[in-house]
Write a protein that binds this ligand. Structure first.
Ligand code: NAD
Ligand code: UDP
Length: 330
């Protein structure tokens, strides 16, 4: 298949590119580096089935002369500090960027997938969150640029399906982590791992009782590929939660980081950001029955892989161990 992927230079985009190329597909990556990294593009530049176009998808997608089988729309800042720093751009890539990507799919007779988010559930009053839950979202708070952009993106994706018969899919991704996250993205996994590697206190916002459910990136990519290749005829158009249902309070998460990187690490409490969701855990019944999918990588295993990929020497220095290891030893 030939796949156009927006957001290819991002954390998730780079892992998806890698998997699609490994599976023998061609990938046209599009990104403007708003929150992505050039090195994520450079990883694939030598691959004969990969090509990259630098473009802002909110302004327009490049002309593609080749046929396309899929348009995967993953472009959007995803970490709260990034999207709050780029509020208008975040709204635009969810709105105009999504429509541009839908139009590209339509003009090429390609199928379309939207990377939506658990943030459409806001600060949820239903727990765990099934796809049928409509959510509890502040429409003009600090997180609204992201939450409402994705809710609009889902709505216009459905509108193209209903109006034009476009073959569309929507995934709602829950907190995902792994190698190639930007060290300064400000998400809790990145912050705590990097703080621990430097021996700094672990920053906990609020009292740390709020919960998240952390998914390793290879599990997410497997879910995406299964949804792309699922048999037509099933209910493929409705949203599908992709996340790991193992739920941790942020304090418990910090305990896991200390187990892996040093019990001596201190914890430092900071103010809880506005509208920070108090609990989040996916109900993955739909993904299980539709795709036969469920996450495989437990939190400690995924974190060990991420840490090993980052700085194996620093990890063992932090643990006070006298080992000699090479990158990717896990
Ligand atoms: P990321 O910031 O690492 O990647 C997003 C990429 O989109 C970046 O490379 C950025 O430069 C690019 N981009 C942003 N605006 C653009 C524009 N206008 N034109 C072209 N490129 C643009 O984030 P990520 O974690 O890899 O997230 C990827 C997708 O998955 C996003 O749509 C995000 O909303 C969704 N998602 C991710 C998570 C997660 O936990 N990682 C959770 C829920 C949803
Ligand atoms: N958080 C924290 N310390 C940090 C960064 C984040 O305690 O250094 C908290 C944050 O307030 C939230 C949770 O961790 O309750 C997850 O935050 P993240 O930014 O990773 O994702 P999101 O809030 O979008 O789920």
């Amino acid at each position: 298949m030939r796949v156009l992927l927006t957001g290819s230079a991002g954390f998730v985009g780079s892992h998806l590119t890698e998997r699609l190329l490994e599976d023998g597909h061609s990938v046209i990556g599009v990104d403007n580096y708003l929150s992505g990294q050039q090195r994520n593009t450079e990883l694939f530049l030598g691959h004969p089935a990969f090509r990259f176009v630098q473009a802002d998808v909110s302004l327009g997608l490049p002309n593609i002369s080749e046929s396309l089988d899929w348009v995967l729309h993953f472009a959007s800042p995803a970490s709260p500090p990034h999207y709050q720093q780029h509020q208008v751009e975040t709204l635009m890539v969810g709105a105009q960027g999504t429509q541009n990507a839908l139009e590209l799919a339509r003009s090429h007779g390609a199928a379309f997938m939207l990377a939506s988010t658990s943030e459409v559930y806001g600060d949820p009053h239903v727990h765990p969150q099934p796809e049928s839950y409509w959510g509890h979202v502040n429409p003009n708070g600090l997180r609204s640029c992201y939450d409402e952009a994705k809710r609009y993106a889902e709505a216009i994706t459905f509108a193209y399906h209903r109006t034009h018969g476009l073959d569309t899919r929507i995934i709602r991704i829950f907190n995902t982590y792994g190698p190639r996250m930007r060290p300064d993205d400000g998400r809790v996994v990145t912050n705590l791992v990097h703080q621990a590697l430097k021996g700094q206190p672990l920053t906990i916002y609020g009292d740390g009782s709020q919960t998240r459910s952390f998914q390793y990136v290879s599990d997410l990519v497997e879910g995406v590929v299964r949804l792309m290749t699922a048999k037509a005829g099933d209910d493929l158009h409705g949203p599908v939660n992709l996340g790991n249902p193992d739920e941790y309070s942020i304090l418990e998460f910090a305990t896991v980081i200390r187990e892996l990187l040093g019990e001596h690490l201190k914890v430092e409490f900071r103010a809880l950001p506005q509208d920070d969701p108090m609990q989040r855990r996916p109900d993955i019944s739909r993904a299980k029955s539709l795709l036969g999918w469920e996450p495989r990588v437990p939190l400690r295993t995924g974190l060990a892989r991420m840490i090993s990929d980052l700085q194996p020497a620093a990890r063992f220095a932090a643990q006070g161990q006298n080992h000699s290891v090479s990158a990717g030893a896990d």
